[in-house]
Ligand binder design. Sequence first.
Ligand code: SME
Length: 309
Amino acid sequence: MRSIVQNKVEECLEILRWDRTRWLEFWKSQRKRYGPLIPGYEERLELNDEKIKEILWSIERRTLDRFKWEWLDVSRNKKIECAEALSEREKSLELHREDFSVFLMALLGIEDWVVVDGEKEKVVLIDVFSLWKKGLLRELSIVALEAARSFRMGKDRGSYEGKKVFFEELLRDVEKILEGGKGSLQRLCEYLRERVPYYDWVGFYFVENEELVLGPFVGEPTVHTKIPFGMGICGQAAERKVTFVVQDVSKETNYLSCSPKTKAEIVVPIFKGGEIVGELDIDSHALAPFSEEDRRFLEKVCELVAKVL
Ligand code: SME
């Protein structure tokens, strides 16, 4: 299978081997190296040599050095996360058309992604340097998925403003989906998995006689279709009536494994009239992927779900 995501960041960082006064020259050499990609990027962002020189001049060497070390630290994982985020959603992204690739690059740090013509196919250029400047490198897999989705929607550039804004948009869609009532919970599971790259198994459990009974879900089938209160992460969350975030399931002793691929899990109770009536359970193949924003977002989702139960 062709590899949909290519990492060119280290190649771009060869600029650090050049004296700063010659950075524009390095940039010009990149135009030759990447065929139509760099000219396409310049055209899309309406750049000329003078503007490029100005932008390059505003970047300090030590800033690029810091970026380089942080990138080298995470690059392998990040590339894999991005590739998986896309390939696991191959149907909705229509990857069989083989009409686009994603290149991770370090460009001028002025736009998060830009779509340009490649030799054979379109190329979504993600400027990892731009994300790093905003402190959003950790969220690169969301950006890769957002960029690919926006390409499919016909857009040719875009930016990502972090999980807060991202989840606000998702919440608006969740409200719409739930207009379909209780019957829309399957669709809701699919939607959450589709939009958040590290939500790999998404499902509901409902309380019946001090037991959690599996409801709609998406992801690998599970043997845990009935879970007594107190057992596993789901059972503990039900017993204590609180959200449980486990960033590394290998460190949790009271845990029921659904898949060897699962590395982290979040379980959010659903309350109705002060009583726990169910839970939203999400497993992730990524380690420690959940932040406070995930918790807040999913707790809001559960408040909305409670209204249709
Ligand atoms: N891991 C859960 C069981 C449910 S599966 O993740 C779908 C637990 O420990 O309760």
